[in-house]
Design a protein around this ligand. Structure first.
Ligand code: FA5
Length: 332
């Protein structure tokens, strides 16, 4: 028995190490260590041996079992690692290498829309600013002339962050708080655009996402009128979409602008698309940011970038933009 066990301890590990697949390894493991293995049968015969022999054979059996189990484990780790590597290679998506037959990665449709918009406004003399996605209630609402508990706050299904006093910190619901950051502590004139990600408790559907993108515009200078706003938006429409697009303003309401309007563009086929809101900066907002409304006037606007990018490419459902299916995204 002892000789057989010692022989097994020498011959079994190389067999296990040579197993070519996890299935082969499982078969060998059951043959060498399972209920019908030589080791198991010797173990069942231990009771018939005299005490000295039993101790010697029992010890040898335990050592052999441990050696074989170690060999199984070592081989399993190698085979599993190889299998993972094969799987990773099969699923690998190379977005960086522009080799023949291998398409190079490119910017997401919404990022493209954002960068094009920035370029158009930079060409019109604007500069670009950014703000944080986690905001104070004051910057997102208070400074923008939303009184506490005012029903206008219900226009936005706000996501609150557990930080500071309850209700004092939000995921910004629009890019308008960046206006507050730009105006507070700086002297006008301002000609700025502010792109970024915003958050609302909206259920995803064809035209709504809980996380989406806006670009904010702010102009503050002397003698700025509503005509400057209309003219700027029309010049932007022509520069971004081309000469065969026109725009219109419809009366609307925002607490931070007065008067306020919705800004729509008309496509060459005659259909209208709502791009966002705009208006003359409310005097209370200027005062809240330390700017004297007797001396300075301004206008602001905020466009939804996802709807803009989607409709520019005939994408009917916003959700398709964010499922990250490379076959879909590579079309744009
Ligand atoms: C605003 O967010 C205002 N801050 C815009 C503004 C700025 C007005 C400056 C005046 C002055 P509104 O909630 O309407 O307004 O959103 C603006 C645009 O964002 C909408 O026209 C739409 O294009 C887009 N939008 C709104 N909610 C969603 C959503 N859930 N998913 C995708 N786009 C959205």
């Amino acid at each position: 028995m002892l000789e057989n066990i010692a022989a097994l301890e020498t011959t079994a590990p190389p067999r296990l190490a040579a197993a070519g697949s996890l299935e082969e390894l499982a078969t060998l493991e059951s043959e060498l260590l399972g209920k019908k293995s030589v080791l198991a049968s010797y173990k069942s015969q231990l009771g018939g041996l005299d005490p000295d022999e039993r101790r010697a054979v029992g010890g040898a059996l335990n050592r052999a079992r441990l050696t074989l189990e170690d060999a199984v484990l070592a081989r399993r780790l190698v085979l599993e690692r190889d299998q993972r590597r094969l799987q990773l290679n099969a699923e690998r998506l190379d977005l960086t290498e522009a080799a023949p037959g291998n398409e190079a990665g490119h910017l997401h449709l919404v990022t493209q829309a954002m960068e094009t918009l920035e370029d158009v406004f930079v060409g019109m003399g604007f500069t670009v600013a950014e703000g944080p996605e986690v905001e104070t209630d004051w910057n997102n609402f208070g400074a923008l002339n939303f009184p506490p508990d005012h029903p206008a706050r219900d226009m936005y299904d706000t996501l609150y962050v557990e930080m500071g006093e309850p209700g004092s910190t939000v995921l910004r619901t629009h890019t308008s708080p960046v206006q507050v950051r730009v105006m507070s502590g700086q002297e006008p004139p301002f000609y700025m655009v502010m792109p970024g990600r915003v958050f609302r408790q909206d259920t995803p559907d064809a035209t709504h996402m809980p996380v989406f993108h806006q670009i904010e515009g702010l102009v503050v200078d002397r003698n700025i009128t509503f005509a400057d706003l209309a003219g700027t938006l029309d010049a932007f429409t022509k520069a971004f979409f081309g000469g065969d697009f026109t725009s219109r303003l419809r009366p609307s309401y925002f607490p931070f602008t007065e008067p306020s309007a919705e800004f729509d563009i008309q496509r060459p086929d005659g259909s209208w698309l709502e791009l966002g809101g705009c208006g003359m900066v409310h005097p209370n907002v200027l005062s809240n940011c330390g700017i004297d409304p007797e001396h300075w006037q301004g206008f602001a606007f905020g466009f939804g970038l996802d709807r803009l990018g989607a409709s520019a490419h005939g994408v009917a459902d916003l959700r398709d933009l964010f499922t990250n299916d490379i076959r879909f995204l590579s079309q744009f």
